[in-house]
Design a protein around this ligand. Structure first.
Ligand code: AMP
Length: 280
């Protein structure tokens, strides 16, 4: 596995693969790898000739007061884990390499980024889209992999790829969970032992909601009340949102019929955690 820090070196490293028509699979990440990241890498390993992973904690997608400075960074361990699942190239650019002096161009989108997390993290998705577009331009992959834990992000990226005519196949992978159901996240390290235990109520509340819907409940507000009741068990937490939305538009639904997404964002101590399930 090769570790590459500059765009120039990445182009040189990928040139033979491009010339030989090899299929490049790409996984953009912010590092601090867990099994959720590794699942994306393993899938790319199966489906592509070259597996390229980027690690970049993107300052543009953090607002003031968020955790950019203390976001976990552990490059040595990340390299070891990526190597163990057969990654070929790790691209670890510096902030200056990604955002050269004078950088002024941003990618934005109407509608989807204003929903769910967009209401609580102003500018977040603009930062995500800008960095993902740049990484797509730099890496020029054939396929790119994203996790459904960040469901809204997957929809926004799919929309962006169509709108900006990137010839990239976007594939999504299911949320990987700890044994007790908590969605794996680099931010779980912020949780103290009690918070970590309580955090299992997040997935429990979503499973409960899905069960209510499976059993015939059609009122979003009744389901959301039950989710809120379960989330109250998490000491010192503050709910950002609990929403039941259309899976394509992310518009809240009042009456549940057909496919919906049940999505939660909650602050537990220093961690802001998100999770979601689909009822179908
Ligand atoms: P991050 O490093 O958190 O920006 O995530 C990089 C990629 O890994 C994104 O596509 C995430 O959706 C995906 N990812 C993060 N956590 C999980 C998880 N628990 N299961 C599946 N994919 C995940």
């Amino acid at each position: 596995m090769r570790i590459i820090e500059t765009i120039h070196d990445l182009n040189v490293a990928l040139a033979p693969a491009r010339r030989d028509g090899k299929r490049i699979g790409f996984i953009p990440t912010m590092g601090a790898f867990h099994d959720g990241h590794l699942a994306l890498m393993r899938r790319a390993r199966k489906e592509c000739d070259i597996v390229l992973v980027s690690i970049f904690v993107n300052p543009l997608q953090f607002s003031a007061g968020e955790d950019y400075d203390r976001y976990p960074r552990n490059l040595t361990n990340d390299n070891r884990l990526a190597d163990s699942v057969g990654v070929d190239l790790i691209f670890v650019p510096s902030v200056a390499e990604m955002y050269a002096k004078g950088f002024r161009t941003f990618v934005d989108q109407d509608e989807l980024p204003t929903k769910l997390c967009g209401e609580h993290r102003p500018g977040h998705f603009r930062g995500v889209m800008t960095v993902v577009a740049k990484l797509f331009s730099i890496c020029r992959p054939h396929v790119a992999y994203f996790g459904l834990k960040d469901y809204q992000q997957t929809l926004i990226v799919k929309r962006m790829v169509v709108d900006l005519n990137y010839d990239i196949d976007i594939r999504t992978c299911p949320t990987v969970r700890e044994e007790d159901g908590l969605a794996m996240s680099s931010r779980n390290v912020y949780l103290g032992p009690k918070q970590r235990k309580d955090a299992t109520y997040i997935y429990k509340s979503l499973v409960y909601a899905r069960k209510m819907i499976d059993d015939g409940e059609t009122s979003s507000s009744r389901v959301i009340s039950e989710v809120r009741r379960i989330l109250r068990k998490i000491k010192g937490s503050r709910v950002d949102y609990i929403q039941i939305v259309n899976q394509d538009t992310l518009e809240p639904v009042r009456e549940i019929k057909g496919k919906t997404l049940i999505a939660v964002a909650i602050r537990v101590g220093k961690a802001r955690l998100i999770d979601n399930v689909m009822n179908q």
